[in-house]
Design a binder for this molecule. Sequence first.
Ligand code: ATP
Ligand code: PAF
Ligand code: BAL
Length: 290
Amino acid sequence: MKIIETVKELRNELKPHRQGTIGFVPTMGYLHQGHLSLVERAKQECDTVVMSIFVNPLQFGPNEDLDRYPRDLERDAALAEAAGVDYLFHPSVSEMYPTEILTQVHVEKVTERLCGASRPGHFAGVTTVVTKLFHIVEPQRAYFGMKDAQQVAVIEQMVTDLHFPVTIVPCPTVREADGLALSSRNVYLSPEEREQALILNQSLREAKEKWVQGCFSHADEITEYVRKRIQTKPLADIDYVETLSYPRLEPLGERMGERMIVAVAVRFGKTRLIDNVLLDGRGEETCSVR
Ligand SMILES: Nc1ncnc2c1ncn2[C@@H]1O[C@H](COP(=O)(O)OP(=O)(O)OP(=O)(O)O)[C@@H](O)[C@H]1O
Ligand SMILES: CC(C)(CO)[C@@H](O)C(=O)[O-]
Ligand code: BAL
């Protein structure tokens, strides 16, 4: 595996690989099995696998955890290499943003709710950096986790609207044995917070079971069920619980959608965790976006 820090060098290195399929796994590092599952899938489908590790300042709000976001390049490089990554792109902030950036990519509507509402500017930061990365790597396939289901919907929309020649491959959320979705931010949790955070997956799973059994008559009932279950945990500070259509992420209110997502963001102390479940009759594992 080669570790590359500049755009120029990566473009040069990738030239001979352009005959085959290039698969791309963008990340912010501090790798875990969730990231590695994306690499595994890319290895199955592509000739060359590029992973980026870049903690993108543009997608963090002024009071968010940019400075304390966990970083460990040495450990990440060992994990990426063992997983079979061919090129690890790890640019500096000045390499990615050499001058003040005056061009940004904004996706409308699908960015209005959920994390788009609670993290203003976040998705413009994501779509802008992903556009830059796509232009640098020029992958045929790019791999994203459904833990960030809104991110998948937003990037799919961008790629469709702007004719990016890349296929977005959504991959299932990888969880700990007890159900907690793997996240780099889990390292911030105290043992007590971690224990109480299990309510996210528990309440979403229960909601899915009840939905399958026909216990809910409309979307708002599902939201209320999950909200009440999460509220039983004293350390849980709810940012949002919503049941929306997927991938358009439109409110359903007193209706049911054919394909819905129940998405949650909850703070435990200073740590904000997200999780979701798709209600589409086909199970979360299918997770195609369209
Ligand atoms: N548990 C997981 N299962 C599958 N994919 C995941 C998981 N966690 C993250 N990913 C995916 O890995 C890619 C990089 O995500 P990122 O580096 O932000 O990791 P993260 O652990 O989600 O970090 P954080 O939760 O702190 O935002 C994204 O496509 C994300 O959806
Ligand atoms: C896609 C991404 C790497 C863009 O910075 C980030 O949002 C992430 O890690 O999900
Ligand atoms: N996984 C999304 C990146 C972020 O939280 O900023």
